[in-house]
Write a protein that binds this ligand. Structure first.
Ligand code: ADP
Length: 462
């Protein structure tokens, strides 16, 4: 008689190439049943958009068929999207598992087109998806998605998002007249982003795709501060100039401790629909090369295709209007690679090698202790941290000179409370009433006064 242990042993030969472990170790094998010569089980993946779904199914089948006495194998493939670890701990959107901003260095590179098509591929594959358009300067998602019915505003400012092609949609475009020039100021943007996250009835979502404005402005900062993000996808055309601008977005997300899930090359080579000849109008392959050089995942390339634009203009994005076209296939690959990167992050819990605190305590009055996720311990004096405040009240933004008078800071000053800021920083509320300083994790780690860190710093600067 074949035992469960034998079957599991056989299934250990099946590896998920993205997660680098076997499917038994990953806990993917469920509902295992053995009846005479027939084995049935379910493989529960981390995303319905898994790029190696068919491969894993076939390998699992063959592995079990190789066990003595087994003639038939039934494998059911399902998926349960895992949440971003830090997202689980927030109260703002507890039912939204992953928040993925789509960014670009400059406008017109196809960020909104890519966001819409990615959201649609993920829905087609069985995921629950929302699409939030916070591109204040050109909120085009309602047009691209062909939204027929605007969102409903209920009593108490609760908002039911629009829904089209199975995607829940919210956009600045529903609230701004197309010909109205709106000058958005930082605090107003912050509040709007907060409302679009907190007041909208998103329900349970596997992925919330966020179409950001181009560049590195207030909306990006607000989003990173308000809610932990799974990671950003960056869209660029292959040209050098566009890539250089995209790099600024990459640097910004790095500073905000938001991982980069990968780069997408859009408008990559043009295939003439009449003669079939391919021309590299904006070049091709530049983004892939950049990704390789900087060790950032490359999620794929989407060709410059007139139908992509026509489909967007008619409110039927390419993956819906022309699902078999090469462009739709390209969107599908990019979405699968993106979903795989999300799973890698969530299963590995990686912070991209950057320091992140595990625990913040006050062992005694006037002392702050941070235990870091890598096991390192930093014990600061409240006075040291208060004096290191970099906010605009304490430091002159133009000259970088300290405005704070050190003599005014009491040696026994202590934080009354600490508050996380997104996934990258901590805000301290000090006993002297000051609370405007935001301390990035990198900065706090660099301030560590322990002997090891101080001598490493000396070596670096000498
Ligand atoms: P962004 O959000 O970066 O400003 P959009 O998504 O609005 O850019 O795209 C800008 C224009 O380029 C739109 O007219 C869109 O239809 C078109 N476009 C985007 N991607 C492609 C593509 N791969 N092929 C052809 N046209 C595209």
């Amino acid at each position: 008689m074949t035992t469960e242990a034998q079957i599991l042993e056989a299934l250990k030969k099946v590896h998920d190439p993205d997660l680098g472990k076997n499917i038994v170790e990953l806990g993917f094998v469920k509902n295992l049943k053995i009846e005479n010569e027939t084995v049935s089980f379910t493989i529960e993946l981390t995303t319905p958009a898994c790029p190696v779904k068919d491969k894993l199914k076939e390998e699992a089948k063959q592995a079990v068929l190789a066990v003595d006495g087994i003639k038939n194998v039934n494998v059911e493939m399902t998926a349960k999207v895992r949440p971003t670890l830090s997202q689980q701990k927030t109260n703002l959107l507890p039912q939204v598992k992953n928040i993925i901003p789509v960014a670009s260095g400059k406008g017109g590179v196809g960020k909104s087109t890519v966001s819409a098509n990615l959201a649609l591929v993920l829905v087609k594959m069985g995921a629950k998806v929302g699409l939030l358009d916070v591109d204040v300067y050109g909120p085009s998602i309602p047009l691209i998605m062909g939204v027929q019915k605007p969102p409903q505003v209920l009593e108490g400012n609760r908002i039911i998002p629009a829904e089209e092609h199975g995607v829940k949609i919210m956009s600045m475009g529903f609230f701004i007249h197309p010909n109205e020039a709106v000058v958005w100021r930082g605090p107003m943007l912050h509040k709007t982003v907060e409302q679009f996250l907190g007041n909208v009835e998103w329900g349970e979502l596997d992925y919330l795709i966020v179409d950001l404005p181009p560049g590195t402005g207030d909306v990006q900062l607000s989003l990173c501060q308000i809610i932990p993000l799974t990671g950003a996808a960056i869209v660029s055309t292959p040209q050098d100039v566009a890539l250089q601008v995209a790099e600024k977005a990459i640097v910004m997300f790095n500073k905000l401790n938001t991982p980069i899930l990968g780069l997408i090359e859009n408008m990559s080579g043009f295939v003439c629909r009449h003669c079939g000849e391919r021309e590299e109008i904006f070049g091709a392959g530049g983004v892939r090369e950049y990704s390789l050089r900087h060790e950032i995942p490359f999620l794929g390339a989407i060709p410059l295709d007139t139908r992509v634009r026509e489909n967007s203009d008619s409110g039927e994005p390419t993956v819906i209007a022309d699902p078999d076209s090469p462009s739709a296939q390209a969107f599908m690959l990019v979405a699968q690679n993106l979903a795989a990167q999300v799973s890698i992050r969530n299963m590995g819990g990686s912070t991209g090698g950057r320091p992140a605190p595990k625990e913040i305590t006050q062992p005694e009055i006037g002392k702050v202790r941070i235990l870091w996720k890598d096991g390192h311990e930093s014990v600061y004096s409240g006075q040291q941290l208060r004096l290191a405040c970099q906010c605009a009240v304490c430091v002159d933004e133009a000259t970088g000179k300290q405005k704070l008078n050190p003599e005014k800071i009491q040696p026994n000053i202590f934080p009354v409370s600490t508050q996380p800021v997104g996934q990258y920083a901590i805000r301290f509320h000090w006993s002297d009433g000051h609370s405007t300083g935001i301390y990035a994790f990198d900065y706090l780690r660099a301030l560590c006064p322990c002997e090891k860190c101080s001598s490493a710093e000396k070596v670096k600067t000498s």
